[in-house]
Design a protein around this ligand. Structure first.
Ligand SMILES: [Zn+2]
Ligand SMILES: [Zn+2]
Length: 442
């Protein structure tokens, strides 16, 4: 397999924006090895399949000198317009035959093993499967045996997650478990990788660039924003996999729709270390915005921060808006100069999370961006304004799920500072209590 074939197999890519020489692409188009596809057909984007007329816009095109349509929906991956072409490898050869190995010294709990076996059985039957498992149940490890089975039988596997943080967290673990497998991690701004990857780890957004590519598709954190909010991303999952290929959904907070629509399900309501999930504690913080506006951190919140900093317990403090983070970070730094703010567009985000993990800084003030995929030993969490709409039940479950993941530190604070207890907060506490009793929520 040459490097162009390796790259274009299962991919749908803008002809003018490949990492290869134009002549090499043209030769392969002329001899039929590469197939071309018009960018927009019948006012539908061929890459992301968008056809909403508000998103397929007409413009005076300088490229062809005519009026063209272009897709606004996937514009940030390079413009797809009526006069551009997408390319894909015309007749993908079988990628099997490569030897894979599986290196993992852990053991699965009985519950993990059962779910892992059930998932494998669904893959063999080519049926969809839902893994409904609480935060800290060890979801990733139970995926290893079914992934290895698929790789060893020559299948191409995709593990998709809605967020870059989750992809970054998973990549080294998968590379360690499957050391002989070519694995690519794809997300916005990821470094370029070469060769044919039989295992792809990608943000759901990157799936727009694949078509009929995967024999097995796993969608991790299937409930996370933006996946649930964006129908086109769900469409991307369907488009990226081969027809009839099974999809596994893995989540701690499945939607009713997922619970109803998937026949094969495995449920794990216990953490791998056997300790219960920490239950949220409510603490009123009346008029906290007013206090912040006066340049003060409310006393109850201040003493929570001081206490954790003094005892060397790393903490995550979640605020409802980015503006509030920017406004208040100086006040938190007045309590301890090492405290850092972290939000979505922050270039230092990875670095600050690492510093917290290494114990170099006491805590982070953050937005819901850090709710998932972050595992820090002995971390304590608090939410300010837990009653605000941004803190959905699944966000609160994920935030609470950061705490007590390590077997030697199975407990910790989950403090919900509020301006009045919301139904969502009660819903979450009820859910966590019912998990701890070992039952499905009622
Ligand atoms: Zn598009
Ligand atoms: Zn044009």
């Amino acid at each position: 397999m040459d490097e162009i074939e390796a790259f274009l197999t299962g991919r749908i890519w803008l002809r003018d924006h490949t990492p290869f020489q134009k002549e090499d692409i043209d030769t392969r188009i002329n001899d039929g090895r590469i197939r071309t596809i018009p960018g927009i057909t019948g006012r539908q984007c061929a890459r992301c399949r968008e056809k909403d007329p508000r998103l397929i816009a007409e413009f005076a095109c300088s490229r062809c000198g005519k009026n063209c349509f272009y897709c606004r929906h996937c514009l940030n991956m390079g413009r797809v317009s009526s006069c551009t072409e997408l390319i894909t490898w015309a007749n993908p050869s079988s990628s099997g035959g490569h030897l894979h190995s599986f290196v993992w010294n852990g053991t699965l709990t009985a519950a993990q093993q059962k779910a892992s076996d059930e998932l494998l059985a669904s893959f063999h039957k080519k049926e969809d499967h839902l893994i409904y498992a609480v935060c800290g149940a060890g979801k990733t490890e139970l995926l290893f045996p079914p992934i290895f089975d698929a790789l060893a039988t020559g299948k191409r596997v995709c593990l998709a997650a809605p967020r870059t943080d989750v992809v970054l967290e998973l990549a080294p673990r998968l590379k360690a478990a499957f050391p002989d497998t070519v694995i690519h991690a794809l997300y916005g701004g990821a470094p370029k990788e070469a060769g044919f990857a039989q295992l792809i780890l990608a943000t759901t957004h990157q799936l727009y660039r694949f078509e009929d590519a995967f024999d097995v598709m796993i969608v991790d954190e299937a409930d996370a924003f933006p996946y649930t909010a964006d129908k086109t991303l769900q469409r991307a999952v369907q488009k990226a996999k081969k027809q009839g290929a099974p999809v596994a959904y893995v989540t701690a907070t499945p939607s009713r729709k997922l619970l109803r629509s998937i026949k094969n399900q495995s449920h794990i309501f216990r953490r791998y270390h056997g300790h219960p999930l920490p239950e949220p504690v409510y603490r009123p913080l009346w008029n906290y915005r007013k206090a912040f506006r006066k340049g003060r951190v409310p006393p109850k919140l201040k003493s929570w921060v001081e206490d954790n900093a003094a005892r060397g317990r790393p903490f995550l403090l979640f605020l409802p808006t980015v503006e509030l983070i920017d406004e208040t970070i100086p006040y938190f730094q007045a309590i301890h100069p090492g405290i850092r703010a972290v939000h979505a567009e922050d270039p230092d985000r990875k670095e600050n999370v690492l510093k917290l993990r290494r114990g170099e800084i006491p805590g982070l003030v953050t937005s819901t961006i850090l709710e998932r995929g972050i595992t820090i030993r002995n971390v304590q969490v608090a939410v300010v304004g837990a009653d605000e709409a941004i803190f959905t039940p699944s966000a609160l479950i994920q935030i609470a799920g950061r705490v007590g993941r390590a077997a030697d530190c199975p407990a910790g604070d989950v403090v919900l500072f509020h301006n009045g207890i919301s139904r969502r907060m009660d819903e979450v506490r009820h859910l966590i209590r019912s998990y701890n009793k070992g039952g499905a929520p009622s």
